[in-house]
Design a protein around this ligand. Structure first.
Ligand code: 6R9
Length: 645
């Protein structure tokens, strides 16, 4: 059942939610969801308060929350704090990549002025309500400002992670028929430039990818090309825009954003979130899970290119009026103490990061941590992948000096916000377990045939009832939304994760059960990497699997067969790894590339991935039944190939 750790003395004083509160609120959220969510919806300032609360069905799939409510989420994240006299409170504390460079702080009043400036610049470029705008930015305040500006004028943002390649960017621009791009000249990460505008140019040079306008923020002064008529410098176009811009009234179910995420098949899906339910969900989860109190400093080290950045850098914290750090850099530059130095410098109270970062820093020992003052920390959080108990303990004992509770928050791009976690004032923690369902969440474990499993057991994790932050569709392909999430187990949302429930009703996520691998907390479809590989002229066939990796959680293992006449060589291996990197982005770079004369196939020609996974894991004893293989000899040659690398 795992160890049980009770938060230390003082750690749970004065929290928003005790165990008795949790039990009462959770019970109410199940027995009377309308009353519960009507109460929570008051965290939002509505132009028209909703009278309808939950209105959803999983068969057929049609999800609506707060349907007749009207609001603007940017108003809730920015304007309302200024209007209520808190305009001088700090909203964003920008910490640049280079610690010697001066950062900057934006108050809520300054943030409002910046958002208006960006919103009016977008309008000046011809952007209108309902348009899709692609945002490809470094981790600078303008990234969040661009998202808020879109929300303000009712356009749908699609943020693409700055580490994605021009090809990946092009695919995401054309899939949602985005006519506008917001980017920076370049970004900086770990002392190296990231050529964002050059990547945009490369993406837009591809056939069929065309936009009306590109808005370029000058961040580093890089030497870049500007296409006349299409590209606009932000500082120029914004110089003479009006200083006012009304918030567009949005219906609760109007789309807010699209975010592309990898699935088990085909190209990435544009997960669609709408306005009202997402606002209520991010506001409520941020309040309870991070137990935020006015005046505290919050820091989520994610990138705005992932859902964590959307929900817990932009919308959740800002709707709650929080003060937070936006960090451009990486954990190991200029040295392995960088995270802890930032925590000391800005007196961070709540820190939210990924297990992969914790594991990488743990390798460097305690000294880089102990060098910096972490006495401001009150609460630690993790997200993105299962955290191994050893890393959990290091985070708790070394980083948090045993004093700060940890919230291990399980959720997904599709869930919009945190779904399973302990609450700091309510629950004991178990290293490696995310904990308990958040309000309104009904997890269910099922076997492969959909049979419901009760009690302490292992199974496939489904959610049986909708919650306000749930994704509503896949952009432009509702059928794919239904197929992906609601058809495996009819009438239930299937998460794609495996999970164990223990006798204390704690949930332990065991990882993906589909063909999605989780590399450093980033989702990668094996099919995406395979299609990048087979696009190479020398490659005949490819099969990609995940395998356990000390730092990244999972690594990418690629089996590749070459076209007739091509020779296996170290140069070719390097070339193919580089090829995947260029096609998708650095996060997709294969860890192992195994050239093999053949892949193990059934007689019907299906690649037996189960065997490939075992070989990648160096686990040859339990290959299971190989009798259905067309050519069992392939397995021996794969094993000797694995051992030689
Ligand atoms: C927020 C985010 C979602 C997948 C999810 C699961 C894994 C996320 C986790 C976790 C164990 C946690 N995951 N948080 N696994 N414990 N606390 O990461 O969204 O990028 O869509 O990934 O990440 O496998 O299904 P996303």
């Amino acid at each position: 059942m795992g160890d049980r750790i009770t938060p230390g003395p003082g750690a749970t004083d004065n929290t928003h939610c005790s165990l008795a509160d949790y039990d009462r609120l959770y019970a109410q959220s199940l027995s009377d969801p309308d009353a519960f969510w009507r109460d929570q919806s008051r965290r939002i300032e509505w132009e028209v308060a909703p009278s309808a609360i939950a209105n959803w069905s999983y068969d057929p799939v049609d999800i609506r929350w707060f349907e007749d409510g009207v609001l603007n989420i940017c108003h809730n994240a920015v304007d309302r704090h200024v209007a209520s006299g808190r305009g001088d409170d700090v909203a964003l504390i920008f910490e640049p990549d280079d610690p010697d460079e001066e950062g900057r702080k934006l108050s809520y009043a300054e943030l409002l002025a910046e958002v208006i400036r960006m919103a009016n610049s977008l309008k000046a470029m011809g952007v209108k309500k309902g348009d899709r705008v692609t945002i490809y930015m470094p981790m600078i305040p303008e990234g969040a400002i661009a998202m808020l500006a879109c929300a303000r004028i009712g356009t749908i943002h699609s943020v693409v992670f700055g580490g994605f390649s021009p090809d990946a960017l092009a695919g995401r621009i054309s899939d949602c028929e985005s006519r506008f791009v917001i980017c920076a000249d370049a970004g900086r990460r770990g002392g190296k430039p990231v050529p964002l505008k050059a990547n945009v140019d490369a993406a837009l040079s591809k056939d069929g990818v065309e936009v009306d306008a590109v808005l370029v923020v000058n961040h580093t002064g890089a030497n870049i090309a500007m296409t006349t008529g299409r590209d606009h410098w932000y500082h120029e176009i914004s110089a003479d825009v009006p200083a006012e811009c009304l918030c567009e009234p949005m219906k609760a179910e109007d789309p807010l954003f699209i975010l592309y995420t990898s699935g088990s098949t085909g190209k990435p899906k544009g997960v669609l979130h709408t306005t009202g339910g997402y606002a209520v969900w991010t506001a409520t989860t941020f309040h309870y899970v991070f137990d935020y109190k006015p005046g505290e400093i919050f820091w989520c080290s994610a990138d705005i290119g992932w859902v964590t950045g959307h929900s817990y850098i932009v919308y959740g914290p800002l709707i709650n009026g929080a003060s937070q750090v936006i960090f451009e850099g990486v954990p190991n530059y200029p040295d392995h103490g960088r995270f802890w130095q930032v925590i000391a410098k800005h007196r961070v109270n709540v820190f939210y990061t990924a297990p992969t970062a914790i594991r990488a820093l743990m390798r460097e020992g305690e000294d880089p941590v102990k060098k910096h003052d972490r006495s401001s920390l009150r609460l630690l959080g993790t997200v993105g992948e299962p955290i191994n108990p050893e890393a959990w303990r290091w985070y708790h004992e070394v980083v948090g000096d045993g004093a700060s509770p940890i919230v291990d928050t399980w959720w997904q791009t599709e869930t919009g916000g945190i779904m399973i976690t302990t609450l700091p004032g309510a629950h004991d923690m178990k290293p490696g377990s995310a904990g308990k369902p958040f309000f309104g969440i009904r997890p269910q474990l099922v076997d492969n045939d959909g049979g419901v499993l009760e009690g302490a057991t292992d199974g496939n994790l489904c959610i049986t009832h909708s919650w306000p932050g749930q994704a509503r569709s896949v952009y432009g392909d509702h059928e794919r939304f239904i197929q992906t999430y609601f058809s495996t187990y009819k009438g239930k949302y299937f998460t794609g994760d495996g999970c164990r429930r223990d006798a204390d009703d704690y949930y332990w996520i065991t990882g993906r059960v589909d063909d999605v691998i989780n590399v450093s907390g980033h989702r990668m479809g094996t099919a995406e990497v395979e299609s990048a590989l087979v696009a190479h002229p020398k490659v005949a066939e490819a099969a990609v699997v995940g395998y356990p990796h000390d730092i990244k959680g999972q690594g990418i293992y690629c089996y590749v067969t070459l076209n007739a006449g091509e020779q296996d060589s170290a140069e070719l291996v390097a070339e193919l790894r580089g090829h995947v990197r260029t096609e998708i982005g650095p996060i997709a770079t294969p860890d192992h590339l195994h050239l093999t004369p053949a892949l193990p196939k059934t007689r019907s020609g299906k690649i037996m991935r189960r065997i490939l996974r075992k070989i990648a894991e160096n686990d040859y004893a339990s290959l299971g039944d190989t009798s259905t293989l067309a050519d069992p000899g392939v397995v021996d040659s794969l094993i000797s190939g694995r051992l030689n690398r």
